[in-house]
Design a protein around this ligand. Structure first.
Ligand SMILES: C[S@@+](CC[C@H](N)C(=O)[O-])C[C@H]1O[C@@H](n2cnc3c(N)ncnc32)[C@H](O)[C@@H]1O
Length: 261
């Protein structure tokens, strides 16, 4: 299997959607009075889906990504805004930002799941070094309860028969490949773990993606000095991560643990 970085470099052309998810829009509203004063570090920007909106709102925007292909495309599209800097940088090393005290740090669309456990811990630890004490960190991550995977087939639309048949066949191919890929996997054994790396089918089954139980994500963040503010399901409902067993991905809004005065 290719390294995930290599896969991202090969799949830059698939990142053409610049819309925010409903939960990201929710976060935009939640902090609507602050954006004009916010210094933001956006990690794993890809081709700039979140750059498009956030760099237009915040005072200072730094976007990083470890894929040079992604950064090149992002800079072409959005790199000329005066408050915006976009650079190739692996999030496991944020030393160039030490002392910056960002108000808002984001790692969107499960980008943090692209790395192995040790690197994930390293990234979270690096974020804790560059975020302001009053700042927020917002990211999404895959729930381990997504297993067993059951990709859905879209409904056929008889008003647009050809395109809808194309997407239906594509989804059927993914479903069959997923079933084949997981034919010998003992789901119960995997679910006895707190975290596990799985192949989801994204990017032609070439990517290894970290999955974590929601309650364990809480422990992982707390061990690194964060406190949890709100957790949302993939559909945008507020959930209790200690008891949540939903599939898909979930969004965590957290911040450095506040010291009682
Ligand atoms: C699923 S894509 C999401 C891209 C973009 N945020 C979006 O929402 O469209 C994840 C991105 O994270 C980047 N990424 C993964 N691990 C990274 C790391 N250790 N440091 C910096 N970027 C990373 C990848 O190169 C990729 O562009």
């Amino acid at each position: 299997m290719n390294s995930n970085l290599q896969v991202y470099n090969n799949f830059v052309h698939e990142y053409t959607d610049y819309t925010l998810t409903p939960t990201e829009i929710n976060i935009l509203h939640r902090f609507k009075d602050n954006w004009h004063n916010t210094s933001m570090l956006d990690i794993g920007v890809g081709t700039g889906r979140t750059t498009y909106t956030f760099s237009a709102l915040v005072m200072e925007y730094h976007g990083i990504d470890y894929s040079s292909g992604m950064v090149e495309r992002c800079k072409q599209a959005l790199g000329n805004r005066a408050n915006t800097e976009i650079t190739v940088q692996d999030a496991t090393n944020l030393s160039k930002f030490y002392g910056r005290d960002f108000d808002f740090v984001m790692f969107s669309l499960n980008g943090i799941d692209s790395v192995e456990h040790e690197e994930r811990i390293q990234i979270l630890s690096e974020i804790s070094k560059v975020i302001s004490r009053e700042g927020y960190f917002f990211f999404s991550t895959h729930s381990l309860y997504s297993l067993p995977f059951s990709p859905k087939l879209p409904k056929l639309n008889f008003k647009r028969p050809l395109s809808s048949l194309y997407y239906w066949l594509k989804a059927l191919k993914r479903l069959l490949r997923t079933k084949f890929h997981y034919r010998n996997v003992d789901t119960e054994a995997v679910l006895r773990n707190d975290k596990y790396t799985l192949v989801t089918g994204d990017h032609d089954f070439q990517m290894a993606i970290y999955h974590i139980k929601p309650a364990h994500q809480v422990t992982q963040l707390e061990d690194l000095g964060f406190e949890i503010c709100t957790v949302y399901s993939q559909q945008g409902e507020v959930v209790d991560p200690k008891s949540y067993t939903g599939s898909g991905y979930m969004y965590f809004l957290c911040r450095p643990r506040q010291i009682a005065t």
